[in-house]
Design a binder for this molecule. Structure first.
Ligand code: RUG
Length: 833
C-alpha cells in the first residue's frame, strides 16, 4: 500500500476536476482524474503502478498538445526534416525525462507529495524501454532528445519490439537470460496510429513483363504481404516547445484470421499467418557486435525500412507542390549503422519500378537523401548477407544491388584502370566462398556523407576500413564525435550535483549549453566547493552501496574508491584485464595484509550476448573470484567486487553519479568512441583509459593531469602485431602476471570444479590473446598505483573530479547534433511558437 492509500483511504473516486491556475493543484487534479477516469482506480486501492500510470498520462497530456503544435508548424511550413533510421533505441524509463523536458517535474513531485504518494515506489514501477543493445542504441536515444531540444524537425524510426534486451540474472555466477517483456501490461507512452499503417511485401520472385508502353520491365510478384502499424512516442525537447516523435513499427498480418481454416477446425492453422507476421517485431536481437545471419533479422531490417520509407514518401507527397523534384530538398535520412542500409535499394526500387524514374534521376535523389554512420571497425561486426538468402527474401533488391555495383565498379575501373584487385576490394559483392553482400559498401556508395563517431575512429575508417573509398569519393568521410544528453546523464540522474551547478553558475540553463560548466573550473581549487562537490559524490555512493547490498548482498563502504566498469561484455573492452588486476591486488594483499592501499570497490555491470561463450566465462570468473575476495577476512575489506545484474539504463543512472574511477580500457583502435566514458566524466569520475575512441578527446579536454592514460597506442598495437605478438613473452617476463594467470587457470576459486575458467585462460595464452591484455597489463597496473596515490590526496582528487565535470561540455549530444545538422543534413531549426 502506498502512503496515499492510507492517507486517502476514504476517498472512493475523484470527481472530474477543472483545471486550476495553481500548477501544482492542476497537476494533482490531472493525476487524480486519470487515476479515476482512465484507469478506474480509487486512491485507496491504487498501487504504485497505478500512480505511475496516472502520472505518466498527466505528463503525456502536457506533451500531446505541444506535439500537435509542432506537427502543424512543420507541416504548414513544409519544412525539411531529418529521418533517423535505427534498429535500436535504448530509451530507459521515460517518466522523469518527460516531466523534466515538459517543464513540470518540480510541480509534479510536489503534487505527488501532497497526495501522499511514495515517489520512489512510483518510479520503480516503470519498466525500462530497452530496445537496444548498448552504445549504438543509447546514442540514438540521446540524439532524438537533442534533435527536439534544438528545435530540429526530425522523426526517429525503428521497431516496437515486444521483448527488449533480455533480463540478466546470475546463477552460481553464470549469466542466465530471461525475456524482457517490458510492455506486457502496455505502456503509457505509445500512441498507436492505425490510420498510418503501411503494407509492405517480402519474398516472392521477379518476373519480366511487358508494360503498357511495350517495355520489358521486372516485376516483383507472388510476394508475402505484411502490415506495419506505427506507435508514436512523443519526444519533447528540453526548454522548448518542440515535441518530435519516435515512430516504432509493429508487424501484423494482412489477414489476422483464416476463417475458412478456423471453420474447418484448423485452429492453429487459422492463426499461423498472424503468428508468423507478428514474429517480426517480437524480439530485439541481443547482439552488439557480431553480424547475425538470421533470416528474421534481415526481414526485420527490411520491414522497418520499407514501412518508414513509405511513411516518409506519404508525408512528403501529401503537400501540394511537392514531388520527386524536391524530395531530397525536404528529406534527409540518416542510416544508423548498416542495419537500415537496404533503404538504398528500396528507395531505388520505388523510384524505378513504381515511379518509373530513369536510373540517373533516381540515383541522384538517393545519394542526396542518405547519409551513413559507421560505429565499428571490428570485421565481425560489419554486416554481410549471403546472396542466396537475399535472393529468397528480397529478390528484386538483389538485382538492383548488382546493378548499383556494376555502375560503381565502372567508376572504380575508370579511377584505377586494369586493377582487378581494386575492383574486388571495392565491390559491394564479395566473391570467393559463398557470395556475400557487403552492406557497409552499399551504404558508402549510396550516401553523400559517411561519418565515424570519434576523431580517431574516423581516421582509422579512412585509413584502414575504406582507404580506396576515401580516394574515390574525396570529402565524403567526416567525423562526428559522439555525445550524450546532459538532461538524462546529469540533470535527471544526479539532482544534487545539478543543484550545486545551478547554484554555482547562478543560472539554470546549463543543460542546454553544457559549455557553461567551464566556469566550475574556477572553483576547483576552493576547499568549500571541493567539499560540497565531494559530499554529493559521497551521498551518491551511499545510495549505490545500498543498491549493491540489495542486488548482490555485498556490504561495501562508501569511503572506498568506487572503481567502475559498466558496458557490454566483450573481449575488446577487456573486462578481463580489470579482473587480472583485481586478482593481482588480492595476491598482493594476501602476501602483505598490511599493504597500504586505498580500499576499493570494483563495480561491474555488463550483459554478454547469449551465444558469446567466452564473454559469459569472463562474467562467471568475475562473479566467482569476486565472491571469494569478498568473503576473505584476511584482506580486511580492502577489496570488494560487485557485479550488478541486469545492466540497463536505469542501473547506469544509479552507478554513474557514484563512480570515482571510470574504466575505459579497450585495446587501442577497437572502441569506436564509447559514450559511457563521457557520462562518467561528466559526473566527476576520473578516467583510467587507453588512447582509444573518444578517450583521446576526453583527455584533450580535461588535460593530462586529470586523466590516467596507459597502454599501447594504435600504432604500437599495430607494430607489436606486425612483429608477431606472443602473449607468452609477457607471461614469462612478469612474475606477478604469470602467478595471476596460473591462479585463474587453477581450480583454486572453484574447488571441485576443474577448468572452470579454461576458456578465459586459453584465450589469454594459447589462444593468442587477440586483444593484447598481457601486453598492457603492467602499464595498467602502474596507472592504478597512480590512481591510488591521487586518491589519498583528497583535495587533489576533488580538484581533478571537478575539472572533469567542468571540461567535458564538448560531449553534449547537442554539439554533435548541431554538427550533423550543419555539415551533413543541412537542416535549419524550426522554433515552435
Ligand atoms: O562499439 C560502439 C561504441 O564505441 C560507440 O560509442 C557506439 C555509438 O557510436 O556504438 C557502439 N556499437 C557499434 N554498437 N554496435 C556497434 C556495431 O556496429
Amino acid at each position: 500500500k502506498t502512503k496515499a492509500a492510507s492517507a486517502q483511504a476514504k476517498t472512493v473516486a475523484a470527481p472530474r476536476r477543472r483545471a486550476s491556475d495553481d500548477p501544482v493543484e492542476s497537476i494533482k487534479a490531472s493525476i487524480l482524474d486519470h487515476l479515476t477516469h482512465t484507469f478506474a482506480r480509487d486512491t485507496a486501492g491504487a498501487t504504485p503502478r497505478d500512480w505511475f500510470l496516472a502520472t505518466a498520462m498527466s505528463a503525456r497530456d502536457h506533451l500531446t498538445s505541444r506535439l500537435i503544435k509542432t506537427q502543424s508548424a512543420h507541416n504548414d511550413q513544409n519544412v525539411r526534416r531529418l529521418y533517423y533510421l535505427s534498429l535500436e533505441y535504448l530509451m530507459g524509463r521515460l517518466l522523469i525525462s518527460s516531466l523534466q523536458n515538459a517543464g513540470v517535474y518540480d510541480h509534479t513531485r510536489q503534487a505527488l507529495e501532497e497526495l501522499g504518494v511514495d515517489w520512489e515506489a512510483l518510479r520503480a514501477s516503470e519498466d525500462d524501454m530497452g530496445l537496444g543493445n548498448g552504445g549504438l542504441g543509447r546514442l540514438a536515444a540521446c540524439f532524438i532528445d537533442s534533435l527536439a531540444t534544438l528545435d530540429l524537425p526530425a522523426i526517429g524510426y525503428g521497431i516496437n519490439y515486444e521483448f527488449g534486451l533480455f533480463r540478466q540474472a546470475f546463477e552460481n555466477g553464470h549469466q542466465v537470460e530471461n525475456p524482457d517483456s517490458w510492455m506486457i501490461y502496455g505502456t503509457p507512452w505509445e500512441l498507436m496510429h492505425p490510420e498510418y499503417q503501411q503494407e509492405v511485401q517480402i519474398y516472392g520472385e521477379v518476373e519480366n513483363v511487358f508494360d503498357d508502353s511495350g517495355n520489358y520491365r521486372p516485376q516483383w510478384v507472388n510476394t508475402h504481404k505484411l502490415v506495419g502499424v506505427p506507435n508514436d512516442i512523443p519526444v519533447p525537447g528540453y526548454g522548448t516547445e518542440t515535441v518530435n516523435i519516435l515512430r516504432l513499427w509493429t508487424s501484423h498480418a494482412t489477414e489476422p484470421l483464416d476463417l475458412n481454416a478456423f471453420n474447418e477446425g484448423g485452429y492453429v492453422e487459422a492463426v499461423r499467418n498472424k503468428a508468423t507476421s507478428e514474429t517480426i517485431s517480437k524480439v530485439l536481437y541481443p547482439n552488439d557486435k557480431t553480424e547475425n545471419g538470421k533470416e528474421l533479422r534481415l526481414v526485420q531490417q527490411y520491414f522497418f525500412v520499407a514501412c518508414s520509407l513509405k511513411d516518409i514518401i506519404r508525408r512528403h507527397m501529401r503537400v501540394e507542390g511537392n514531388g520527386w523534384h524536391n524530395f531530397a530538398d525536404k528529406v534527409a535520412v540518416q542510416l544508423n549503422d548498416t542495419h537500415p542500409a537496404i533503404a538504398v535499394a528500396e528507395l531505388l526500387r520505388i523510384l524505378i519500378d513504381e515511379e518509373s524514374l530513369d536510373w540517373d534521376e533516381a540515383w541522384a535523389i538517393i545519394t542526396k537523401t542518405f547519409a551513413y554512420t559507421n560505429h565499428t571497425l571490428l570485421p565481425e561486426a560489419l554486416e554481410k548477407w549471403g546472396v542466396p538468402l537475399y535472393a529468397r527474401v528480397l529478390p528484386r533488391h538483389l538485382q538492383l544491388i548488382y546493378e548499383i555495383n556494376r555502375r560503381h565498379l565502372e567508376t572504380v575501373a575508370a579511377k584505377w584502370p586494369g586493377d582487378n584487385e581494386m575492383l574486388s576490394t571495392c565491390s559491394i559483392v564479395e566473391e570467393g566462398g559463398g557470395k556475400q553482400l557487403r552492406m557497409a559498401h552499399l551504404a558508402v556508395v549510396g550516401s553523400h556523407a559517411v561519418n565515424g563517431v570519434a576523431a580517431l575512429h574516423t581516421e582509422l575508417l579512412k585509413k584502414d576500413l575504406f582507404p580506396y573509398f576515401d580516394t574515390l569519393f574525396p570529402g565524403k568521410f567526416r567525423n562526428k564525435t559522439n555525445g550524450i544528453t546532459p538532461r538524462r546523464w546529469l540533470l535527471d540522474c544526479n539532482p544534487a550535483l545539478s543543484a550545486l551547478i545551478t547554484k554555482t553558475l547562478g543560472r539554470p540553463d546549463w543543460p542546454r549549453n553544457l559549455d557553461l560548466l567551464q566556469a566550475l573550473g574556477k572553483e576547483a581549487d576552493q576547499p568549500a566547493f571541493q567539499q560540497e562537490f565531494m559530499a554529493i559524490k559521497r551521498v551518491n555512493k551511499v545510495a549505490l552501496a545500498e543498491t549493491i547490498q540489495e542486488l548482490c548482498g555485498i556490504e561495501v563502504s562508501p569511503d572506498a574508491l568506487f572503481d567502475v566498469q559498466i558496458k557490454r561484455l566483450h573481449e575488446y573492452k577487456r573486462q578481463h584485464l580489470n579482473l587480472l588486476h583485481i586478482v593481482a591486488l588480492y595476491r598482493r594483499l594476501l602476501q602483505n595484509p598490511d599493504l597500504d592501499m586505498v580500499p576499493r570497490v570494483f563495480v561491474f555491470a555488463a550483459k554478454a550476448a547469449p551465444g558469446y561463450d567466452l564473454a559469459k566465462n569472463i562474467i562467471r570468473a568475475i562473479n566467482v573470484i569476486g565472491a571469494r575476495i569478498n568473503h576473505d577476512e584476511r584482506i580486511q575489506g580492502k577489496l570488494k567486487v560487485a557485479f550488478l545484474p541486469n545492466y540497463r539504463v536505469t542501473l547506469a543512472e544509479k552507478i554513474i553519479p557514484a563512480a570515482d574511477l571510470s574504466e575505459q580500457i579497450s585495446t587501442a583502435g577497437k572502441e569506436a568512441s564509447g559514450t559511457g566514458n563521457m557520462k562518467l566524466a561528466l559526473n566527476g569520475a576520473l578516467t583510467i583509459g587507453t588512447l582509444d575512441g573518444a578517450n583521446v578527446e576526453i583527455g584533450e579536454e580535461v588535460g593530462d593531469d586529470n586523466i590516467f592514460i596507459f597502454g599501447m597506442t594504435v600504432e604500437e598495437v599495430e607494430a607489436v602485431r606486425n612483429a608477431g605478438y606472443r602473449p607468452y613473452d609477457f607471461y614469462y617476463a612478469d612474475e606477478e602476471l604469470r602467478a595471476v594467470i596460473d591462479w585463474i587457470g587453477s581450480d583454486y576459486f572453484t574447488p571441485g570444479e576443474r577448468h572452470a575458467f579454461a576458456p578465459l585462460h586459453h584465450s589469454l595464452l594459447d589462444g593468442g590473446d587477440p586483444y593484447m591484455v598481457l601486453a598492457d597489463f603492467r602499464s595498467y597496473s602502474d596507472a592504478h598505483l597512480a590512481v591510488d596515490a591521487a586518491y589519498r590526496d583528497s583535495p587533489r582528487w576533488a580538484k581533478m573530479a571537478i575539472m572533469n565535470t567542468a571540461r567535458v561540455g564538448k560531449f553534449s549530444s547537442d554539439r554533435t547534433i548541431r554538427e550533423y545538422a550543419e555539415d551533413i543534413w543541412n537542416l535549419p531549426p524550426v522554433p515552435v511558437k
